[in-house]
Design a protein around this ligand. Structure first.
Ligand code: ARG
Ligand code: ZN
Length: 841
């Protein structure tokens, strides 16, 4: 069954208030609801339908009279009075056997919930849609010391607690937690002087891993006040860490629930990358309090209204706290690795989709990351000040609303006077635009001609031109900037922009800061940009462009590595005025998957083995070429101060790790072994271990690492993933197969499942091994997991989304596997939708 945006209809009733009582028990939790409904004056009369799935209905009453509703797999229908009435209902559910991790479930002995998007209907009968908002009062009864729900604590006693959330909210923001938890407390005074109690709740033993998360929370609260003028609005803010969780985290009102991997941190067990990610996710969920909770979405098609904006906001936060250019480069790496393949394959969909079968399949890189890029473009077009004014109006006008993208756009139109009709195409058309740049030079006038084209995507044969903000700067022949960054507004399919009065033909730096999420083709002197560009993003991207050209030549003609590029790069690496983190990013090569896409775009069928071999040859050549430079970099990058996960230290460690990785290719792992043996933080320990595995010297270190960390689930996830990710293709497959038989392979835990299969899917040459072993192994386990956890299964299916890039042999191997999934009995709606979309390409 497909749901369409165009079919939106308001619900026929409003809710005055909701009272819920939970009597917790693993196999027979009782949920009693009392809800005051009244007819919705804005909605035409309809039958009374409440969502409800996998519920055991015990009794229902209307205004005190017992009723017998009609129920089916999707919910319940009942005859109701024409005026206001009180609905009372009791259901029984079994959180212990809830392996889908949606609704109320158990993780490591504790009760917890995940309701977004449509999990509340597995808790009780309710209009489970984001445009129905209500004030909730919740009583939780259970023999546990800690019982939490949304809002403010109203009272508690032996075996019970009562919570009241004064802010009307949709059911997807409901949360409940019960268990033997301990808290890491904190406090925050808001800008208007209110004292807020903060807590991070964890299982006993994890209390030593909360300090960093608490600091990040406080920094987020402060930042949202300073930058967006947004203050927190309850007495308490609680975060809970849960080991079994399908996604990263969830912004439930006043009670954020986190995948433990996205909140728990310590120097011994977490890498610098983990720390940065945790900081960003804590900020993201906190920022949702305004962009998501106070202003929510009218329906799930509007998901990007809260997600795109909140990703954009957490990106601004990270840029402010750490390095803005490094954050921009990191974001573009992710965008190219995850969003572009989605946008250019069978799963392509607009930032605001127009139909779906299972909404959980649309928590995608397109909705989140491209959604954030669209907001970035809007800000670039209107300017910083106009953006702030528009956001003020957005909060003022829509506080308390379940809003739409139309509302959002209208706020910008009203506050800037700009017509955004064409801009709105970014929300409705799928696919990555390709922008082709050509140049002309005559009599001191330099002309750039920009041509845009967006290929067809499923259901969208032809696309109208976008408004594309292209940031451009011009450099003179000796490398100084003759024109500072300007924004060109490309609105036509083809458009020219001229720059007059130039003394000499300039070199154009186009799409600076990645001002638009497009694929650019521009025949430009990249080595010159690598040497001189004042825009740090484009300087990095010039090197990436050269890397791609070099690797493509190596792959297709067996060419030698490009010496001019490597010399230019060496110059950058030796420049100690540049941030070590930035120099480390300069050393990163484009991923194998990205190269495969570039080849496919050029009409060449990518050969994963050849891509792997070329990458390997290039790495070895770099190691040889830079054998004097590398120890110098490693020395410069040494950190002697006590560990801190801040930008400065982690940048140094990143550069040190990049150098060490190359060194390990020269010394057979000798230095890596020493690094591993002396490591006193996880960043160092893990990078050394990866180097050892890569050169075939990892077995002893892996065993030692296992002994050291076997009781720490999050560290063990790294152990599982790294030995696949760091191995040569065939070894990676052998390891993946063996690890699925390992006693610690707890495959019903999403983190552990993803540790193995995420690493396999990301290992391009292993996953696409010509034997088809990678495809078959993943499929075996997807089929197994689908009965237990459809959401995580469906997400992992995207590993196959690029299948049409490859040769007929591989396509045939993949098709067999996709059909094998489709043939499974009782295949979930989630997985069925994903696989059929992939197969349809
Ligand atoms: N709103 C959450 C976030 O972005 C994600 C929750 C998604 N959950 C899901 N089941 N699809 O932070
Ligand atoms: Zn979010």
């Amino acid at each position: 069954e497909t749901i369409y945006l165009k079919d939106y209809k308001a619900f026929g009733w409003q809710i005055e208030d909701v009272h819920l009582t939970f009597k917790l028990s693993p196999d027979a939790t009782r949920v009693v609801s009392k809800i005051h409904f009244a007819p919705n004056p804005d909605a035409p009369e309809q039958e009374f339908f409440l969502h409800g799935e996998e519920l055991n209905l015990i009794r229902a009453r209307i205004d005190g009279e017992a009723v017998t509703p009609e129920t089916d797999a999707r919910g319940l229908r009942c005859k109701v009075p024409s005026g206001p009435f009180l609905w009372e209902c009791e259901v029984e559910i079994a959180p212990e056997s809830n392996t889908a991790l949606e609704g109320l479930y158990m993780s490591g002995g504790m009760y917890c919930t995940q309701c977004e998007a449509e999990g509340f209907r597995k808790i009780t009968y309710y209009p489970d849609r984001p445009d129905v908002m209500a004030v909730f009062t919740v009583r939780v009864e259970g023999e546990m010391p800690v019982l939490l729900s949304n809002g403010n604590l109203k009272g508690k006693g032996d075996g019970w607690a009562e919570w009241h959330d004064p802010w009307p909210k949709p059911a997807y923001l409901f949360a409940l937690v019960g268990g033997e938890l301990v808290n890491h407390p904190g406090a925050f005074k808001t800008m208007s002087g209110k004292d807020i109690e903060l807590n991070i709740w964890v299982r006993p033993g994890d209390e030593g891993k909360c300090a960093f998360g608490m600091e990040a929370l406080i920094a987020s609260m402060k930042w949202d006040e300073e930058v967006y003028g947004r203050e927190y609005d309850l007495d308490t803010f609680n975060i809970v860490a849960v080991d079994d969780f399908n996604m990263g985290a969830m912004e439930n009102k006043g009670l954020n629930i986190f995948n433990s991997s996205c909140v728990l941190a310590s120097p011994e067990t977490s890498t610098d990358g983990n720390f940065e990610r945790i900081e960003a996710i804590i900020a993201h969920e906190y920022f949702h309090n305004w962009t998501g909770n106070r202003i929510t979405c009218r329906d799930w098609f509007q998901l990007c209204l809260k997600e795109g904006l909140t990703v954009f906001r957490d990106g601004q936060f990270t840029s402010d706290l750490r390095s803005a250019p490094v954050k921009r480069i990191d974001d573009v790496i992710t965008l190219r690795a995850r969003q572009f393949p989605e946008d250019q394959g069978p799963l392509a969909h607009p930032v605001r989709p127009e139909s779906f079968q299972e909404i959980n399949n649309f928590y995608t890189a397109t909705v989140y990351e491209k959604g954030a890029e669209v907001i970035g473009m809007l800000k670039t077009l209107v300017g910083d000040e106009a953006y702030s004014k528009a956001l003020d109006l957005y909060f003022e006008r829509h506080d308390g609303d379940a809003a739409t993208i139309e509302d959002w756009i209208k706020v910008f139109e009203d506050s800037t006077g700009r017509d955004l009709t064409q801009f709105k195409r970014w929300y409705s058309q799928a696919g990555t635009p390709f922008v082709e740049v050509s140049e002309a030079w005559e009599d001191g006038t330099f002309t750039l001609t920009l041509k845009q084209h967006t290929p067809p995507s499923p259901g969208q044969e032809s696309k109208a031109p976008y408004v594309i903000p292209i940031a451009v700067g011009l450099l003179g022949p000796n490398g100084d900037e003759v024109l500072e960054t300007q924004i060109l507004e490309l609105t036509e399919a083809e458009q020219s922009f001229s720059f007059e009065g130039l003394a000499a033909r300039p070199v154009a730096s186009v799409n600076r800061g990645f001002s638009a999420p497009v694929v650019l083709s521009h025949d430009v002197d990249r080595a010159f940009l690598l040497a001189h560009d004042t825009d740090p993003f484009n300087r990095w991207d010039a090197s990436q462009g050269l890397a791609k050209e070099c690797l493509l030549a190596m792959i297709t003609t067996g060419a030698e590595p490009d010496a001019i590029w490597l010399d230019g790069l060496e110059h950058v690496l030796r420049d100690q005025t540049l941030d070590p983190a930035y120099r480390s990013l300069m050393l990163d090569l484009p991923s194998a998957s990205e190269l495969a896409q570039v080849l496919a775009d050029q009409g060449v069928t990518p050969d994963p083995e050849a891509i792997w071999a070329a990458g390997d040859r290039l790495v070895k050549a770099r190691a040889e070429r830079w054998k004097d430079l590398l120890p110098e970099l490693a020395k410069e990058a040494e950190v002697t101060a006590p560990y801190k996960p801040d930008a400065e230290q982690s940048g140094k460690r990143a550069l040190g790790a990049s150098a060490a990785t190359l060194i390990s290719r020269l010394d057979g792992g000798k230095a890596a072994q020493a690094r591993f043996d002396s490591a006193d933080n996880m960043t160092l320990q893990l990078s050394a271990l990866g180097n050892l595995i890569r050169v075939g010297q990892g077995d002893a270190a892996l065993a030692k690492f296992y002994e050291q960390w076997k009781d720490d689930r999050l560290v063990m996830d790294k152990w599982f993933g790294l030995q696949i990710g760091a191995s040569e293709p065939e070894a990676a497959l052998d390891r993946a197969e063996a690890l699925t038989q390992h006693p610690d392979f707890d495959w019903t835990n999403p983190n552990r499942f993803r540790a193995v299969f995420g690493a396999l899917a990301m290992h391009h040459a292993a996953f696409h091994h010509k034997s088809g072993r990678g495809y078959a192994l993943l499929t075996d386990w997807l089929i197994k997991l689908d009965d237990k956890n459809p959401q995580t299964t469906a997400r992992m299916c995207s590993a196959f989304q690029t299948w049409k890039r490859y040769d007929a042999g591989r396509q045939a191997l993949i098709q067999v596997q996709l059909e094998r999934i489709m043939a499974k009995d009782n295949l979930s709606r989630d997985t069925s939708e994903m696989v059929s979309r992939i197969l349809a390409s």
